[in-house]
Ligand binder design. Structure first.
Ligand SMILES: [Zn+2]
Ligand SMILES: [Zn+2]
Length: 107
């Protein structure tokens, strides 16, 4: 299956429920190749939460993903990480981030 993040999504931070902004981060695997990934970033200072279709929600430090900060809610159709699209009555509405998959859940 080809993994491709939906275009024009507006994920909310899983901690602040703030609307995340498109960004790109550079991962460091110790090679000469720069490896950029598209992410969405929480705008709150001192938060640093990011979301993307490969890793779900995570924090990033020293050009590395902090493994114990990952939060991955998998879509039941394709197991890819979902994002919070809206919050109503304290319940998060999750939507799959994979292009062309429209699976949603509320927790
Ligand atoms: Zn946040
Ligand atoms: Zn899906």
């Amino acid at each position: 299956m080809f993994v491709r993040m939906k275009r024009d999504i507006q994920p909310l931070c899983d901690r602040h429920f703030s609307r995340m902004q498109p960004a790109a981060i550079k991962l460091d695997f110790g090679t000469a190749d720069d490896y950029w990934i598209e992410v969405y970033a929480c705008p709150e200072s001192d938060c640093g939460r990011l979301y993307n279709i490969t890793h779900g929600y995570f924090n990033f430090r020293d050009r590395m993903i902090e493994r114990d900060t990952k939060k991955l809610v998998g879509c039941k159709n394709d197991s890819l990480p979902m994002f919070i699209e809206a919050v109503s009555d304290g319940r998060a509405q999750w939507r799959c981030g994979q292009d062309r998959c429209n699976h949603t859940i509320s927790d």
